[in-house]
Design a protein around this ligand. Structure first.
Ligand code: HEM
Length: 465
């Protein structure tokens, strides 16, 4: 028996199925929350005509189903919409599957060893110093949108750590590269929302197809040039002071000849993609929460002062970032309420039994992290911002809190991300008091692959004496 029949579904449109439930990125979060509220923890949806029913999807916040998927090694393939990123990322780690993914995951894992991450802390710090200077432009204004400032900062960080290239994007340099990253992301995100763009067979009829081609040339040429110049300069390995991810991949493949140049390009571009908007979202929403909770902000500042006294520009090391325990709870709580990756998708390639019922092959399963994180069964008073929840998080429910996913396909960059977010947020808190705007700015959540605010993330910044 098809186990999906037991899940409730809203009335489908005969041709579009449930696709028409969402027509813009701004509706994704609200509509998904409404579906969960009205139909239960797992909702069945159809993508396309009901009489074919070939594309069936489950939207779920069910702890047990999520645990089943993430803890096992059977459902590792991503849903179709990840393919919209393939033009940029090829078979990079986020998209690939099967033995290819397994092999690459094994090769890339040592690049995220803490001994290597330690070396990146000075990059977070120096790039963060430029952010502090840039934010001075906002000081004294009634409203500062943090998003554009922070996004350039995290892009600068990932360019330097992934490719070993200082781009100085925060100082207005290389704006072509920034535009190409933003446009490529926008086009991939918008393809989900329109049937004409959704299918490769009709996408070429759209203007964005040609735009995408142009922007991808900028991105690919850039990464290729960096790789080629490193190869030609033979700067790989040989006493390089702080190897970037790219240097490590070149070294691995030089030593054992395991990755081709194109495979390296795809993995480096994948880090560029997966490692900038996500951390920017995490940083911005945490600062937004701090603006709303002065008592929490006071404790974050107190922790900084306990560690560094009144020094606003201490030399920060890996172990000092590790010691910022309270700040870690704050970031975790913010990523609970505003998970930067609010939804992830898996696709079954074979019939699978879960809880006594059959989930047929070719089912898309959308794990709605945002909704799971607001489930009162696991987080009492879920709408409240309470960092102390994480002081003693119940270890018996590890799959209730999964901003970095979990299991074998979890985020390979999660420790990197936490260090980066701590470095940047602590720096901002040492320099600025963050206050809500008046009237208070209400974010309009938008699911653009990464969780964003469509109307910006606006706060007031006041320089600390
Ligand atoms: C706050 C920041 C971040 C968050 C919330 C986050 C979250 C996630 C999540 C939820 C996944 C699973 C995606 C899925 O199953 O479809 C993932 C995968 C991944 N992330 Fe992150 N991420 C962050 C930062 C980073 C950074 C900084 C990097 C790289 C430097 C990175 C690289 C990756 C890669 C390569 C994957 C794919 C892993 C695989 O499938 O084996 N992420 N991330």
């Amino acid at each position: 028996k098809n186990g999906l029949d037991k899940f409730p579904e809203p009335d489908p449109h005969p041709i579009l199925g449930h696709v028409s439930l969402v027509t813009s990125t701004r509706e994704v979060i609200d509509v998904s929350m409404q579906l969960i509220k009205n139909y239960g923890k797992t909702v069945k949806l159809r993508i396309g005509p009901t009489f074919f029913s070939i594309r069936t999807a489950l939207l779920t916040v069910d702890y047990h189903l999520i645990e089943f998927i993430l803890s096992g090694n059977k459902i590792l393939k991503k849903t179709e919409n990840y393919q919209f990123w393939k033009h940029w990322l090829g078979q990079g780690l986020v998209i690939s599957d099967g033995d290819y993914w397994k092999k690459h995951r094994k090769i890339l894992t040592p690049a995220f060893h803490f001994e290597i991450l330690k070396e990146f802390v000075p990059v977070f710090e120096s790039v963060g110093d430029v952010l502090i200077e840039n934010l001075a432009k906002c000081e004294g204004t009634p409203s500062c949108d943090l998003d554009p400032f922070v996004t350039l900062c995290t892009l600068d960080i990932i360019c330097e750590t992934a490719m070993g290239t200082k781009m100085n994007l925060q100082s207005g340099k290389n704006s072509d590269y920034v535009r190409s990253v933003k446009e490529t992301c926008r086009i991939a995100v918008e393809r989900v929302l329109s049937p004409l763009r959704f299918f490769d067979s009709t996408f070429w009829l759209c203007r964005d197809f040609y735009r995408q081609k142009k922007e991808l040339k900028v991105l690919h040429d850039f990464t290729h040039n960096v790789i080629n110049s490193k190869k030609n300069n033979k700067s790989i390995d040989k006493n390089i002071k702080r190897p970037a991810f790219l240097d490590l991949l070149l070294k691995f493949s030089e030593d054992e000849n395991i990755l081709s140049t194109e495979e390296i390009r795809e993995e480096v571009d994948t880090f560029m993609f997966a490692g900038h908007d996500t951390t920017a979202s995490g940083i911005c929403f945490t600062l937004y929460c701090l603006a709303d909770h002065p008592e929490v902000q006071k404790q974050v500042l107190q922790e900084q002062q306990d560690l560094f006294g009144e020094e606003k520009n201490p030399v920060i090391t890996y172990s000092e970032l590790q010691n910022m325990k309270y700040l870690e709870y704050v970031i975790k709580e913010s990523c609970r309420l505003y998970p930067p990756v609010a939804k992830i998708g898996r696709y079954t390639t074979e019939d699978t039994e879960f809880d006594g019922c059959l989930i047929p092959r070719y089912t898309n399963i959308m794990l709605f992290i945002y909704g799971l994180h607001r489930d009162p069964d696991y987080f009492p008073e879920p709408e409240k911002f309470k960092p102390e929840r994480f002081e003693n998080f119940d270890p018996s429910i590890p799959y209730a809190y999964i901003p970095f996913s979990a299991g074998s396909r979890n985020c390979i960059g999660q420790r990197f991300a936490m260090l980066e977010m701590k470095s940047i947020i602590s720096k901002i808190v040492r320099h600025y008091e963050i206050k809500p705007t008046s009237p208070r700015h209400e974010v309009e959540l938008s699911f653009e692959g990464v969780l964003k605010s469509a109307n910006g993330i606006k706060v007031v910044l006041k320089k600390r004496p």
